[in-house]
Ligand binder design. Structure first.
Ligand code: ADP
Length: 240
């Protein structure tokens, strides 16, 4: 990657031409994997991610079973070819953390009581990374869960806000993530059921409020795209 650009915002526009409150272009395809119960391929800017859902299915190992409800498991994995310098394959501290917080962003939303002793397994593979992979993975996983017919209280939508050159921006890309001052990914179910909130860097109290509101607006836009993608696949009545 090139060194730090002198400015990340020039005349109110970002390096990729976006306005401060603009998301990167999103592309969604639901039901792309034949062998998964539900799946979704999603792009946001230069991020490319695949989510696959298996379940509800029998739990292995048995001792992690819960008698009255299903367990939800989530594995976030970054392909070694997804980043500029080859990433060492396999889990690391970062992917373990992202898997944990992503799973927690779904736990209150999946109606687990429907499937006692079962597991719902979510696998997210990052094929190409450009900052915002955890949020892209959550958006894809949400649609893969819906595609698998897992009952949920709502669709989880996720997006980050950040701070660069002292200004609050929506959906930071790699340069903004690397050289920016702060980053705040959130996940939520509309209208304001927040299931994930992380923060890296420093916001003042007012900046925090502004970033949080902007991230919520981003989630609302993503929710609309998720809804449209489901309607395109299944129709407004939920039938194919
Ligand atoms: P997120 O992808 O959710 O924004 P991070 O803030 O941890 O999560 O990472 C920001 C970006 O940094 C990633 O999207 C990816 O482009 C890059 N990155 C993360 N981990 C690695 C790694 N091990 N090697 C190279 N690049 C990485």
């Amino acid at each position: 990657m090139k060194g730090k650009p002198e400015k990340l915002i020039v005349k109110g526009k970002r390096l990729d031409g976006r306005k401060l409150d603009e998301l990167r272009p999103v592309k969604i395809e639901i039901g792309v994997l034949k062998r998964a119960d539900g799946s979704c391929y999603l792009e946001i800017g230069n991020n490319k991610v695949m989510a696959a859902v298996y379940g509800p299915r029998e739990v292995h190992p048995r001792h992690v079973q819960e008698a009255t409800r299903a367990i939800v498991r989530y594995r976030y994995n970054m392909a070694s070819f997804s980043v500029e310098d080859r990433k060492r394959p396999g889990p690391d501290r970062r992917s373990i953390e992202i898997s944990k917080v992503s799973r927690e962003s779904f736990e209150p939303m999946v109606i687990k009581e429907c499937f006692p002793k079962a597991a719902v397994d979510i696998f997210v593979e990052i094929l190409q990374a450009d900052a915002g992979t955890r949020t892209a993975g959550i958006n894809a996983a949400s649609l893969a869960l819906a595609d698998a017919g897992i009952p949920m209280r709502g669709l989880v939508s996720s997006c980050a806000a950040g701070k660069v050159d002292g200004q609050i921006i929506l959906d930071p890309m790699k340069e903004e993530d690397n050289y920016g001052e702060a980053d705040m990914p959130i996940a939520m179910v509309a209208p304001d059921n927040v299931t994930l909130l992380q923060m890296d860097g420093h916001f003042t109290k007012d900046e925090f409020k502004q970033a949080f509101e902007l991230a919520k607006k981003g989630c609302a836009q993503i929710y609309e795209m998720q809804r449209q993608a489901l309607i395109a696949k299944y129709g407004a009545e939920g039938k194919q």
